[in-house]
Design a protein around this ligand. Structure first.
Ligand code: ZN
Length: 79
């Protein structure tokens, strides 16, 4: 199982902007990997919260890909 590759592709998978082969790779990986599945669910929650906050406050938040990159960076920094 290649979690690093899966996590790299996860935000684009979520945005449905992957090539078919990558899409299949991530989908297949997610069926067998709880860790990445949890990350996808977290990503979903964060993106939904961001959208709600955006609408509620009228504040401009970074777009989803920038947010995802920041999350990756902070995760790498934590380890
Ligand atoms: Zn994984």
């Amino acid at each position: 199982m290649d979690c690093a590759k899966s996590l790299e592709l996860l935000s684009e998978y979520h945005a449905n902007s992957l090539e078919e082969t990558e899409n299949v790779f991530v989908r297949t990986h997610l069926t067998g990997c709880t860790t990445c599945h949890v990350v996808l669910e977290e990503l979903n929650m964060i993106l939904q919260a961001t959208l709600i906050l955006r609408e509620a406050d009228g504040i401009s938040y970074p777009d989803e890909s920038a947010l995802w990159q920041r999350m990756n960076l902070s995760k790498k920094g934590a380890h």
